[in-house]
Design a protein around this ligand. Structure first.
Ligand code: ATP
Ligand code: MG
Length: 182
């Protein structure tokens, strides 16, 4: 089973390749509704209409080094295997990918390490801003690099001390959210 956070990196990187400078990632867990939802939005150049029609066909890719693109088709397959729905909307203003899963489906992969996922995206892409929202049973936690950069002023967000603190902050916030502590 592939951790869902790895799918999230893949999809976010599609947006970055399409010149996005803002990525929004939402993970929404609703236990009473038995739903696990992932949304990844970017403000990149979008997917051409012709390509969008067959986007989850693994042979559709703009890669030149290999002919098969896997990112979106793998996520679609994972979601549908787990009783969920996959959707992708795109225009020249950006792209929104949504994948749902039955929360308790036996084949639903664990989310994996979202803190590392966020940190990896920040380290690899200095210029982009990122918002991560984790909703657990309707309560949420939001992490936004724009807010953090304002507080940091001159210090780069990729400074190792800053990254260490951010990592702890995100880890603890998500833990608290799941325990239902405000
Ligand atoms: N958010 C996006 N914005 C613009 N184009 C996109 C976006 N997501 C996907 N695409 C286009 O769709 C193609 C297929 O995407 P997909 O992630 O399935 O495969 P890939 O990125 O080509 O390869 P892989 O993910 O295996 O590295 C991409 O090559 C790209 O041209
Ligand atoms: Mg991809």
């Amino acid at each position: 089973m592939r951790e869902l956070s790895l799918h999230i990196i893949d999809v976010a990187e599609n947006g970055i390749k399409a010149s996005a400078d803002f990525i929004y990632i939402e993970v929404a867990e609703d236990i009473p509704e038995n739903e696990f939802k992932i949304v990844i939005e970017d403000n990149g150049s979008g997917i051409p209409e012709e390509m969008l029609k067959n986007i989850t066909d693994p042979f559709v890719t703009s890669r030149t080094e290999r002919r098969v693109g896997m990112g979106l088709s793998l996520l679609k397959e994972a979601s549908e295997r787990c009783g969920g729905v996959f959707d992708i909307k795109s225009s020249d203003k950006g792209t929104i990918v949504t994948a749902t899963f039955l929360h308790d489906h036996i084949d639903r992969a664990p989310l994996g390490d979202m803190t590392s996922t966020i940190m990896t995206l920040i380290i690899g892409n200095h210029g982009i801003d990122l918002e991560y929202k984790h909703i657990f049973n309707k309560k949420d936690f939001i992490f936004n690099t724009k807010d953090i950069k304002e507080v940091l002023d001159e210090v780069p967000i990729t400074d190792p001390t800053v990254l260490g603190k951010l990592r702890t902050m995100v880890d603890e916030a998500v833990k608290k959210l799941k325990k239902g502590i405000d």
